[in-house]
Design a protein around this ligand. Structure first.
Ligand SMILES: Cc1cc2nc3c(=O)[nH]c(=O)nc-3n(C[C@H](O)[C@H](O)[C@H](O)COP(=O)(O)OP(=O)(O)OC[C@H]3O[C@@H](n4cnc5c(N)ncnc54)[C@H](O)[C@@H]3O)c2cc1C
Length: 415
């Protein structure tokens, strides 16, 4: 039960995938939540042929978490594209990596889903949860972080107080900045171009990625109502000068460049949607909490999208923090007690550091274009591809199955 001098137990600023999932997991455990989102919730299209350019590869751990809070069930099945295969190859060499669901005795490796459908599904659950008070089209103007409690003033004039404030506003989080949490940042010197393409051949539920001289290019399979499965979302990361050229091309020239880069793997490209681009930078909060403010999701860490792990890390943050806050509530401990927030930080920061380091190593490894580097890289890929012992842990890590360190909501069901 909320302390009498507080309006809420927790204030969450940011109603993206991570903030919404945290609000639900906390409210489902009896905590009173104020959720502040500066925009209106999305109303995604279900029309065939209309896809949002922002998609995410959702792994097993995230699927289980979304299931546990009731959101997975709200995602329209016609927009859930499961994939059973992954094909990765080196555009400069001859090596490739092939992962299949059968390699780890599972039915699928993950799902490609448009972000706005995930967010919409989460909102549907939030609307049904009476312990969540909504402050949409609103944002925090100022924040007071004291030993007794934390309070915020909204631009609209309301004042809210809680034991804990969560920054879930993504990479540029103002609450993280209000709290004085510093970040380490580095520029990948890449722009990501995203769009949706219709191709001649069926993608066969295979997620594909080629590492080109200019950066990685991914084709992520999307589901079509007629079963043709000839639509994919692409993420093409390229150095800024190449990205500028690609964005300036007319549709026909871009299709040609894309087909060539992808080695015509899915036949002719028949249609291409509008292109959008994002600068790719990495960022990691030096501390995951300060006083009564804690950071989750992209507010805590932003990584290169090449392995499709960003929001999967964010869901692990939400599930872990939710679990720690529930434990504190059950033991009647202050939700912002340093012991509580340190336990969250210890679990999440170390894992995120490892993943960030791996992304950096992978990106740098594929940035090397000298003949000897290509040789070593290709030998390494071939070795992994032929060895089930080396492959299995890689696939399990991509599925989010990182062992007992997983919060309960993300763990596989045991018989
Ligand atoms: C090109 C690209 C491809 C990617 N592909 C994948 C993938 O395949 N798999 C994967 O796991 N990850 C992927 N990611 C990463 C993933 O998109 C992010 O990790 C994820 O969106 C982070 O979610 P979030 O909720 O933390 O933040 P955001 O999605 O940034 O959400 C933040 C929310 O806070 C709100 N907000 C912002 N400021 C305020 C404010 N002042 N007050 C109130 N509300 C505010 C915003 O409106 C938004 O709703 C990709 C990223 C990129 C750039």
């Amino acid at each position: 039960m909320t302390e009498p001098n507080l309006t809420h137990d927790i204030i969450i600023s940011g109603g993206g995938m991570v903030g919404l999932s945290l609000a639900l997991t906390c409210a489902n455990q009896g905590l009173r939540v104020a959720l502040i989102e500066k925009n209106l919730p999305p109303s995604p299209s279900l029309n065939d042929g209309q896809y949002s350019p922002r998609v995410s590869a959702i792994n097993h751990a995230s699927e289980r978490f979304l299931n546990s809070i009731g959101a997975w069930q709200e995602i329209p099945t016609q927009r859930l594209c499961s994939y059973q295969k992954m094909h990765v190859w080196d555009g400069l060499g001859s090596a490739q990596l092939n992962f299949t669901a059968a390699d780890v005795q599972t039915g699928h490796l993950g799902h490609i889903i448009e972000n706005n459908h995930i967010v919409h599904a989460l909102w549907q659950c939030v609307y049904q949860q009476s312990l969540i008070d909504l402050y949409t089209s609103k944002q925090i103007e100022s924040l007071n972080n004291t030993a007794q409690n934390a309070s915020v003033n909204l631009e609209s004039g309301e004042c809210l107080t809680a034991a804990l404030i969560v920054a879930a506003e993504g990479k540029f989080s103002p609450v993280r900045q209000f709290a004085g949490i510093q970040t380490n940042e580095w520029d990948y010197q890449h722009q990501a171009i995203v769009t949706t393409v219709k191709h001649q051949l069926n993608h066969q539920n295979c997620a594909q990625q080629v590492f080109l001289e200019s950066g990685p290019l991914a084709f992520l399979p999307l589901k079509t109502r007629d079963g043709a499965n000839n639509v994919s979302s692409i993420v093409w990361s390229a150095k800024p000068e190449r990205a500028k050229q690609l964005l300036a091309m007319n549709d026909n020239d871009f299709k040609k460049a894309l087909s060539q880069a992808f080695e015509h793997s899915l036949g002719e490209l028949e249609h291409i949607d509008a292109r959008f681009s994002f600068p790719l930078t990495a960022q990691h909060a030096q501390s995951y909490f300060q006083g009564r403010v804690v950071v989750v999701g992209d507010a805590a860490h932003t990584i290169h999208p090449l392995a499709g792990l960003g929001v999967n890390l964010g869901f692990l943050d939400a599930a872990t923090l939710g679990e720690e806050l529930t434990r504190a509530k059950d033991k009647n401990i202050d939700l912002a007690h340093p012991h509580v927030l340190r336990r969250y930080q210890r679990q999440r920061k170390s894992h995120t550091y490892v993943v960030t380091g791996l992304m950096e190593a992978l990106k740098r490894g594929f940035d090397q274009q000298g003949a000897s580097s290509v040789l070593v890289r290709n030998a390494g890929m071939q070795l992994i591809n032929k060895s089930p012992i080396l492959k299995r842990p890689l696939i399990l890590a991509a599925l989010g199955d990182i062992g007992t360190a997983l919060p309960k909501a993300c763990q596989p069901l045991t018989n």
